[in-house]
Every structure is written in structure tokens, then in C-alpha cells.
Design a protein around this ligand. Structure first.
Ligand SMILES: *[C@@H]1O[C@H](CO)[C@@H](O)[C@H](O)[C@H]1NC(C)=O
Ligand SMILES: *[C@@H]1O[C@H](CO)[C@@H](O)[C@H](O)[C@H]1NC(C)=O
Ligand SMILES: *[C@@H]1O[C@H](CO)[C@@H](O)[C@H](O)[C@H]1NC(C)=O
Length: 414
């Protein structure tokens, strides 16, 4: 960072020199000997974050230069924000001068400024052994989306750039690892996330589309590690988006929420939820569960404005979408997803919906397990569902877990 500071000083001088040009709009200058210290071979990646006194918004005064040695360096000085942008590859990046993106080992994915065509949407993609301080870094297996053969441990270390960053949201854009054992243990492949102030369970199996939040503890980086077994042939791959959240962000996940859904309606699912049964046998030799053992976490949903309650129901197209305890195979399939197989006498694997009602009737307990969940509504705030599994999945034969739709209900008009 001291090299950066040095460049920053040099650029500050340049900024003063060109101050008559940078009056809020694009300006360009053909440079000559005055700018010799900033030539292309010296360092191409300098940029200076200047605070715009008027708008007090984050602005960038940036420079880039021609790589063609036959020409005098051509400097462009314009102003544009280092905003988040959507690249033409549909990944999220940061808007910056092309040379800075290259020096940061980013990939330019289209332009992002109407002020200068030197500004590109810079995408950060990193694989095994990397560390990053950049927002929206994508962590993927080498050769992604091609499968990763397996063996060893692939890690990325995420260092927040400063103490204004409090949380990391990790989106599993793709996450396909070897399945858990029939007892719900991630012993073949495992994603672990360590170093944060909040706990993240070890995850394996099919989890594309899921996400987790982790709080930074203010001291250490967060390490994301994918351990894989070479002996197990499987088409594993992953691409995770790592989003840093400012402490002042309006979209920080509330404390205690491993997951935080911001849409007014959507779906929530247990880790490794797929409608198909696990192919693994469990320790008593019967078809195992898809559920991961020993979980205990909160799934939170942001209350939209004018909303008074929330309703959870099974995703109707999937009769296995609430199979948490007992033997799926031993039940008449037509009874799955009905109140006949819903239980509130739950001690092993269950979800908790605080202060629940069904059909307008208060339920005697806030726990739900068994092989079905009829639509359940609560007006308890914040909106949260707790997922609990115990360490023993033996009696949970062929279970899938839960896959629920949620919808928020407007307050009654009085
Ligand atoms: C250019 O400066 C940046 C910091 O501004 C530094 O990280 C990078 O290593 C430098 N590049 C070269 C080629 O010196
Ligand atoms: C560019 O910078 C390098 C390293 O600082 C220096 O040796 C070289 O003379 C400079 N070239 C020009 C054209 O100023
Ligand atoms: C990081 O990027 C996300 C968009 O993916 C944005 O919402 C968030 O505010 C950015 N974080 C910071 C600290 O700028």
C-alpha cells in the first residue's frame, strides 16, 4: 500500500496541475515532459480517490496511458465513481481505469462510464491459494465450470480493506460437492468458513443458489476452504461471490441470521436440498438422509413495508419438500405434505417458526417436523425460521429436508 500512497502523491501533483480541467466534467490532456515520471513503464496502475467536496461522493481521478511505445504517453483525466457495475459477463465488478484493473489482476468486462471509454467494469476472479480485499471477488475451482478432480484443500482468504467492513455475504452461484454420508456428515468433501465472528456450518452436497453471511471479527480475515477427496470421483465445481458489506449498510444481515432473504417472496431450503433421495446408505444400512447433521441456524427474511405477517408453505410441485423426520418410504406417498404426517412433537430435526398459526388457529408449539407442513403463518418479528438437526440421522430414512415458499401478507386495512 505504500507504493500506492506514493503514486497517490504523484497524482495529487498531477491533479493540481490539471485542476483547471477537472471542473466536474470529462477533460483530457495530451501530456508531454511534465508527466514523464508517470510513464507507462514506470507504473500503469495508479489511481487516486479524491473526495468531491461538493457532492462528497466517492470519486476517482484516474490516469491511464497508451501502451504503444512509439507515442508519447497519452493521459486521460476524467472523473467517475468507483461504483459497482455489472460486467458484460453478468458478473459484478467495480468501475475503474483499464490499466488499474489489469494491475489488480482483474478482467475487464465492458465499459462502465459515459465520461471516458478508458473505464471498464473490472471483475475479480480468484482460485485456489488466493487472498483478496476486493469487493465482489469470485472464488471458483480452477477450470470452472469444468469439474474439479479433487484432492487437497482449495482456499481463499478474505481480508476486509478496512474497519468499515463488518460482514461478508457469500453467494453460492454454483456449489456442487460430493454428497454427505447417509448420516448427514460431510466426510468426503466439505466447505468450511472460518475466522469470522459468527459460526458457519460445514457444508457439502448440492447448494447452488444458497448463500451465507459471516461477520468479520475485526481482527482476522475470513478463510473459505473447500476440502475434497481425490478418491471420490464426482463432478464437483463451485463459483462463490464474495460480497463485503459496510457496517453502515442497510442490507446487513441481522445478528443471528446465517441466511438473509431480501425479496418480499421467495423460497428457503435446507442445505443439500434436492427432491431426489440420497443414494447413500446410513449407518444402519438403510437409505440415508440428504439433511446435514448437527445444524442450528437462523434463516431471516426482511420484512417489506406495509407487511404484518409471513406465511410458509411447502413448494407444491415437490411432495418431498418437507421431509425432516421419520421414514419417507414407510408412508403412503399421498399423505406426504399433509397435516396427517405433520408433527409438533419434535426433538431431533425440526424447524422453529415463532408464534405460529395454521388456518387462523394458534399452534401449541413452534416446532415442526415429520413429513409434511401445512401453510403456517406468523406475525412475530423479525421474520425468522430456525433450522435444527441433531447429530443422529439414523431414524430419518430417505429424508430430503425442507424446501418452503414464503410470502408476506399486507397489514389489514382498518
Ligand atoms: C504499481 O503500483 C501499484 C500500487 O499503486 C502496485 O501495487 C503495483 O505493484 C505497481 N506496479 C508496478 C509494475 O510497479
Ligand atoms: C519511464 O520510467 C522509467 C522508470 O522510472 C524511467 O527509467 C524511464 O526513463 C521513463 N521513461 C520516460 C520516457 O520518461
Ligand atoms: C459490495 O458490492 C455489493 C454489490 O455486490 C454492494 O451492495 C456493497 O455495498 C459493496 N460493498 C461495499 C463496501 O462497497
Amino acid at each position: 500500500m505504500s507504493a500506492h500512497t506514493h503514486s497517490t502523491r504523484i497524482l495529487a501533483i498531477v491533479a493540481i496541475f490539471f485542476s483547471s480541467y477537472i471542473v466536474g466534467i470529462y477533460s483530457a490532456a495530451r501530456a508531454s515532459h511534465q508527466l514523464a515520471p508517470l510513464n507507462a513503464t514506470h507504473n500503469e496502475s495508479s489511481s487516486l480517490d479524491a473526495v468531491d467536496a461538493k457532492a462528497s461522493s466517492e470519486t476517482s481521478l484516474a490516469r491511464s496511458s497508451s501502451r504503444n511505445p512509439r507515442w508519447f504517453p497519452f493521459y486521460t483525466i476524467g472523473r467517475f465513481s468507483n461504483d459497482i457495475c455489472l460486467g458484460n459477463n453478468l458478473l459484478m465488478g467495480t468501475c475503474m481505469i483499464n490499466g488499474e484493473c489489469t494491475d489488480n489482476k482483474g478482467v475487464a468486462a465492458g465499459s462502465c462510464s459515459t465520461i471516458t471509454n478508458q473505464a471498464v467494469c473490472c471483475i475479480y476472479q480468484r482460485t485456489c491459494g488466493a487472498s483478496t480485499s476486493y469487493n465482489n471477488t469470485y472464488f471458483y475451482n480452477s477450470n470452472y465450470p469444468a469439474p474439479y478432480a479433487g484432492g487437497g484443500r482449495c482456499t481463499i482468504v478474505v481480508n476486509p480493506p478496512d474497519s468499515t467492513i463488518c460482514q461478508l455475504r457469500i453467494d453460492f452461484m454454483a456449489l456442487s460437492l460430493a454428497p454427505p454420508t447417509g448420516d448427514g456428515l460431510c466426510t468426503t468433501d466439505a466447505l468450511t468458513i472460518s475466522g469470522g465472528a459468527s459460526q458457519v456450518p460445514t457444508i457439502c452436497g448440492e447448494n447452488s443458489g444458497q448463500h451465507v453471511y459471516v461477520d468479520f471479527n475485526g481482527v482476522s480475515p475470513i478463510t473459505i476452504s473447500v476440502a475434497t477427496s481425490a478418491g471420490y470421483t464426482f463432478n464437483r465445481n463451485w463459483q462463490l461471490q464474495l460480497r463485503m458489506m459496510a457496517c453502515t449498510s442497510a442490507t446487513l444481515a441481522p445478528s443471528g441470521c446465517l441466511q438473509y432473504h431480501m425479496a418480499s417472496s421467495g423460497n428457503i431450503a435446507s442445505f443439500n436440498y434436492v427432491s431426489a433421495a440420497s443414494s447413500a446408505l446410513n449407518s444402519i444400512g438403510v437409505q440415508g438422509t440428504r439433511q446435514l447433521a448437527s445444524l442450528r441456524y437462523g434463516i431471516c427474511i426482511r420484512k417489506a413495508t406495509g407487511i404484518c405477517s409471513i406465511t410458509y408453505s411447502q413448494v407444491g410441485s415437490d411432495t418431498y419438500s418437507f421431509t425432516m423426520t421419520n421414514d419417507v418410504g414407510a408412508v403412503d406417498p399421498t399423505l406426504l405434505a399433509t397435516s396427517a404426517v405433520q408433527s409438533q412433537d419434535c426433538t431431533t430435526d425440526y424447524i422453529i417458526i415463532p408464534a405460529p398459526t395454521q388456518g387462523g388457529i394458534n399452534m401449541p408449539s413452534d416446532r415442526f417436523c415429520g413429513l409434511g407442513l401445512v401453510p403456517t403463518t406468523t406475525s412475530a418479528k423479525p421474520f425468522v425460521v430456525y433450522a435444527v438437526t441433531d447429530a443422529n440421522e439414523e431414524m430419518d430414512i430417505s429424508n430430503r429436508g425442507f424446501y418452503l415458499a414464503y410470502s408476506q401478507n399486507a397489514c389489514p386495512v382498518l
